[in-house]
Structure formats: structure tokens, C-alpha cells
Design a protein around this ligand. Sequence first.
Ligand code: CTP
Length: 452
Amino acid sequence: MGSAAVFTLDICDDPFCVGQRTVPCLTSRIRYTRRTFYATIAAIVKGRIAMLKGKTILLGVTGGIAAYKAAELTSLLVKAHACVHVIMTKNATQFINPITFETLTGNKCITDTFDRGFAFEVEHISLAKKADAAVIAPATANVLAKLAHGLADDMLTTTLLACDCPKLAAPAMNTRMYENPVTQDNLAALQRYGWRLIEPASGRLACGDSGKGKLADVTDIFEAILQETAFPHDLAGTRILVTAGPTQEAIDPVRYITNRSSGKMGYAIARMARLRGADVTLVAGQTALQDIPGVEMVKIRSAADLFREVTARAPQQDIVIKAAAVADYRPAAVAEEKLHKKDDDLSLTLERTEDTLQYLGDHKRPGQLLCGFAMETSDLEERAAMKLRKKNLDMICANNVKVEGAGFAGDTNVITILTGEKKVQLEKMTKEEAAGHILDELLLLRGQGDNA
Ligand code: CTP
């Protein structure tokens, strides 16, 4: 472990956490080697706080070099307010100390059935009963083989055999081991038995080989746990297409016209819809945001790209939510070579782009719900109501960029939801919370449609 890259981070820097966690959680500090990686996770965790409040997560850690990453996963779960119980195989304790998990979770880390003086034979059943989800990360070839065949010869496998909650496994091993037909058969068997597998990533492995077998990104494992446990799946079976982010309209090979959209609102909607069980497609302009696991990602640049990708998919969707900030105009001609400056001023001729939402409203199929966005600087409700009618929408989410806490770049928004009959004024809240309200209103509208 190179000391230059090591840093410390408070485990529990979340004010909501006080009184929820035990003392070690509030006072302990842990050392990480991958500062930038953790900073990314910390940013992603913003807005996820308390999503796992009241949930018990059983985390199995098995003996692979990636076992240290289970500490990062534990920290994310604890920050989301999950009650986490960790069970380690004996081999896992060679890679990471159980005290790390005890410090992070405030719970006893169980390492073996017989050697630590607890009544585990009873405890493993009670843990299995109270778990809302069980996840093994990393999962070795050995433990996967045991689970695929119902072997229960240690605390982890015994407990998992008694679990009837959602079960997830994130395999991590050498590429040859992973690709071995025996391992592949075992993984297929586990899927048949209802396990959700979180595919390993490709890259350079600890053994020096390159290929598939690296533990999946910790944030992807966390997201999969959230998808299984955080919310009731009230959107299961619903196909939702969301658009997000800015468009870019090329001037020449190196320049383009764009806007200030960060894409955060559309990404928050797509993510919340996925967490609630929907089949989600996200058509996204160029943003700095990470792909959302489990969401079909379609990346675009221009308004024309957006029109093509959205209209091709819209007929299959139950709900379309258009949060993208789409350019209304593009340069009439795109220079093939870079434009060089001259002494004179330069004028660009702009032409209209396609209005995708207008097209969707004009071609809406019965039962489909269309939700637009209106970002305004004045006359918010009047303009939004006008767009609702003109574009034949079921709902529009309006916000005034001049209001503090609303708009493009931040993590909060202040939204007014308008339907034909109703106005809902949301307070300033995180974009993920606002996304939840928007989905709730769409579900209500759908219920009204079903009853009509
Ligand atoms: N929209 C679209 N295609 C466009 C322009 C806008 O699909 N070419 C969609 C946006 O994604 C948004 C809604 O239409 O959901 C309203 O966008 P907005 O820019 O607020 O309104 P415009 O209709 O473009 O009108 P104006 O710019 O004059 O306010």
C-alpha cells in the first residue's frame, strides 16, 4: 500500500446519521488508497441518504484480493442507513480484518461457526430471516460452486441457504477461472435459483493476467442492492423513456452551440424509475454523469440525434419524460474545416431543429403518458401551461432558473407540476426527491386513465 496515496475519511459525515449509528461509526476513521474513486462515490451518495433506512443487508465477504473493496461497499450501505451484518469466510479474514467491518457497521462481524463463542447456529437463521437482501462481494469461484449445489459448510453458506430475500453475488476471480465452463454452469444455476449476478469487469487482475474477473464497480453493486430493496416496485412492468442533458449543435469540427444543462434532473428521474422497478431507457446528451446500472443508456449529441433516437423508441414506451434541454436552433451549415478568424465580425445563420416533444404529442398512442419540462425565467405557469396544451402533454414540470435552489447545475430543484386539472407546487428538494414526486404524479394520472 503506497503511503502517498493513502488518505483518511470520516465514516459518518452525515448529520442525519446522529442517533442512528453506534459510537464507533461516528468517531472512527478509515484509510483508503483510492482518493478519487472514493470522492466519486461520496458525490454519488449525495441524495441517496436514508434510502435504506429500516433495511437489513447481509454482506458476505469471501477470500479474494477484492475483499478490501467490501469495506467501501459497507460504508456506502451504512451511509444509506442500512443495518449491515457482515459474514466473512475464513479465507476472507486473510485479506481484510473483521474489525474493519465491525467498526463500519457497529455490528459483530461473523467469521466462523464455531471459533468465536457465539450461538451462531441460531443466529444464522435469525439473520437469514431479518435480511432484506443478501449480497456476496466479492464472491469466489469456490463459494459460488458451493451455493450452486446447496452446500452449507460454514457460516456464510449456511446462512445463505436459509435466506429467502433477494440474493446478489458479485463474482471476482482470475479470468480463466471465471471463463471455466464449470464456473459458468454454476453461475447459470444460481441465476436459475433466483440469484442476481453483478457481472465482473474486465481489466488487469491481481495475478497479472488481463481479462474479465475484476469485482464490479462498488457503486454498481450498491445500486443493484438499492434496486432490490430501497423502494416498492410500483413501476414494475412499466416502460419509461427519459431524456436528459444538453444538446450540442456543431458549428465546425471543433466548436458547437450548447446550453448549461447538467443532465442531473433527467438522470435522477431515470434512476428513481429504475429503483422502483421500471424498464428504463435514458437518451442522454453529453454530461459528466455516470451511466446508471440497469438502465439502457443511449448517448446523443445533437437535437437531430435526440429526435431520431427518441422517436424510434417512443411507440414502445408507456411513459416518456422529456427533461433534456434541446436546442431550438442549429447552424444552417456545418463547416467541414475549422473556421479561422478574420478581421471582420462573423454571423451564423441558424435554422430550426425538430421539436421532438411536439412530434411525440402529435403521435401519442392511446394510454401513453407524455411529460415535458419547461425551464423559464418569467411567467412560469402561463408558459408551462401553454406548452402543456400546445404539445398535447399529460404533465409538465416547470421551474424558474432564477429561483434559488432551482435550475441546471445544482443538486436541488424547485418544481411546479402541472396537469390538465391540477397544480402541485414542490418545495426546494433534491432532484432525486423531486423525481420521486414526478413519478408519483404520473402513476396517479395512469390510475385515472385506467379507471376512465
Ligand atoms: N423540446 C423538444 N425539442 C425541442 C425543444 C424542446 O423536445 N426542439 C422539449 C424539451 O425537452 C422540454 C419541452 O420541449 O421537455 C419544453 O422545452 P422548452 O425549451 O422549455 O420550450 P420550447 O418548446 O423550446 O419553447 P421556448 O424555448 O420558446 O420556451
